[in-house]
Every structure is written in structure tokens, then in C-alpha cells.
Design a protein around this ligand. Structure first.
Ligand SMILES: Nc1ncnc2c1ncn2[C@@H]1O[C@H](COP(=O)(O)OP(=O)(O)OP(=O)(O)O)[C@@H](O)[C@H]1O
Ligand SMILES: [Mg+2]
Length: 250
């Protein structure tokens, strides 16, 4: 039985006169990995920000784990955000903080975790991403792939139910892309995390997703399994996939 964990219902969002979301509907099931594909500027990152309440739609509803977050104030949103880990594009680590301080940041910022528990979570999460014993390194000591993995360890610090990944493999070489993709699948398999992924990397999307959604001209014009996406007769999606697979990646 599938159960909705995120519902985006008839969402409209414009910046000045630029309409970005024009009636977006998307129901995300608990425990699935879903990738949102769409061209540059189609509103994918805005969609993730609407899920975290960082941006408010002009109209429509965003339901996260049973709660409509549209009219929530910042205090209420903090509680919703505890359920959501975010892996930002480029990992977005704090350059002046050690790896340990980066991963512990959400724990020290949002919750009164005792220090020994924080140390434990940091060590456990570093183990999980396959980088034990790098607590004291600075982000500048790490490769791009390692930074993304530390970003994931930080996103997991608060033990979220949902992970939002904004272009998790962009800029990485093939071995690191494979490693990140395996980690995304691991988070789902081991912890039952619901993953919402944005990527321009269609091959990765096929490997890590249960379902694909396609955002086009402000609407979700396709949702379906990977197989259904590969065989779709929605021409704009098949054109998009073919262009990307032929190396039209930006
Ligand atoms: N805070 C903002 N203020 C004004 N315009 C914005 C804001 N955030 C996004 N936009 C505009 O909304 C549109 C969608 O942006 P968004 O970042 O969601 O695109 P995207 O699909 O993530 O693109 P990309 O694949 O290039 O990352 C763009 O035209 C962008 O300029
Ligand atoms: Mg974006």
C-alpha cells in the first residue's frame, strides 16, 4: 500500500510576471525515490524550496507528512524541516568549519543534543558514507566527491524522513557518480528515506529512481516508473531524454 508523504496540490508561483509554477500537482509516496526532470529554469529548485517552506506558493497546498505547511509560521516550519534533510548543489559546506563541525551543525543549531551523542552521530554518519576518521579535515582538504558525501552525512544528521537532493552528481567523475548513486539507494533501503532528486543526469535518474516526474511549462506533465519514462509517448519527455542521453548535458 502506498501512502503519500509529500503532496503538492495545484501550486502556482510567479516571480513578478514570470510564471514558474502553473498548477503543479505531484504526490510523492513514503519510501520512494522520485526524480524531477526538467529544463534549466523550469522551476525544479523552486519546487524543493516550496517543500521546505523556504518559498511560499502564491496559491495551492503543500502537505508534508500530513501537515499543510502553507500557512505555517517560521517556528512551525522549523519542526517540519527537522524531518527533511537537504543535500545542496555543490554540497555547500562551511569552509571555515571542520568536517565534524559541518556535520554537527544542524544538531548544535536546532536541538539540545549532548556533546557525546553528537560525536557518536558524526562518527556513525562518516562510517555510513565510507569516510571514517576525517572529522578534523577542512572542506578544502576534500575532493568534490568527498564534499558531496560529507554534505550527505550532514543532511542525515537529524535523522530525517525525507532527503531532498539538488543535483547530487553534477560535476563529479564517473566513479564518484556511481558512489553517490549507491549512497542515495542505501539511504532509501537502509533507513526507509523518501528521496526527492533533481538532476540533469538522466542516466543516474534511471539508476536511482522508482519514479520519474517531468516538469514542463509550469506543470508536471508526466509521472511514471523508470520503464514508463523510457518508453513514454509524451514527446517532450522522450525528446528531453534522448537529447540528454546523446550527451546534451549542460
Ligand atoms: N527568489 C527568486 N526570485 C526571483 N526569481 C526566481 C527566484 N528563484 C527562482 N527564480 C526564477 O524562477 C525560475 C525557476 O528557477 P529554478 O531555480 O527553480 O530553476 P531550475 O529548474 O532549478 O533550473 P536549473 O536546472 O538551471 O537549476 C527561473 O527563471 C529563476 O530565475
Ligand atoms: Mg535548480
Amino acid at each position: 500500500m502506498s501512502e503519500e508523504i509529500i503532496g503538492i496540490n495545484n501550486v502556482y508561483k510567479a516571480f513578478d510576471t514570470k510564471e514558474v509554477h502553473n498548477g503543479v500537482n505531484l504526490s510523492i509516496e513514503r519510501g520512494e525515490n522520485i526524480t524531477v526532470l526538467g529544463g534549466s529554469g523550469s522551476g525544479k529548485s523552486v519546487l524543493l524550496k516550496e517543500i521546505t517552506g523556504l518559498l511560499k506558493p502564491d496559491s495551492g497546498d503543500v502537505v508534508v507528512d500530513g501537515d499543510n505547511i502553507i500557512h505555517m509560521n517560521e517556528t512551525e516550519l522549523v519542526n517540519v524541516r527537522k524531518k527533511i534533510g537537504m543535500l545542496f548543489q555543490g554540497a555547500a559546506l562551511f569552509d571555515s568549519l571542520t568536517v565534524e563541525e559541518n556535520i554537527a551543525y544542524p544538531l548544535r543549531e536546532n536541538a539540545n543534543f549532548p556533546e557525546d551523542e553528537i560525536k557518536e552521530i558524526v562518527a556513525k554518519n562518516l562510517e555510513m558514507i565510507g569516510l571514517p576518521d576525517i572529522q578534523d579535515k577542512m572542506p578544502s582538504d576534500l575532493s568534490g566527491g568527498m564534499k558531496k558525501r560529507v554534505g550527505l552525512a550532514r543532511a542525515m544528521a537529524m535523522n530525517p524522513k525525507i532527503l531532498l537532493y539538488d543535483e547530487p552528481t553534477t560535476g563529479l567523475d564517473p566513479p564518484n557518480i556511481t558512489r553517490i548513486n549507491h549512497l542515495i539507494r542505501d539511504m532509501q533501503a537502509q533507513f526507509g528515506i523518501t528521496g526527492v532528486i533533481i538532476t540533469h543526469d538522466v542516466q543516474s535518474a534511471f539508476e536511482i529512481s522508482d519514479r520519474i516526474a517531468f516538469l514542463y511549462h509550469g506543470k508536471i506533465v508526466f509521472t511514471g516508473t523508470v520503464e514508463e519514462a523510457k518508453n513514454t509517448d509524451v514527446e517532450i519527455l522522450s525528446d528531453f531524454i534522448n537529447a540528454k542521453m546523446e550527451g546534451g548535458d549542460e
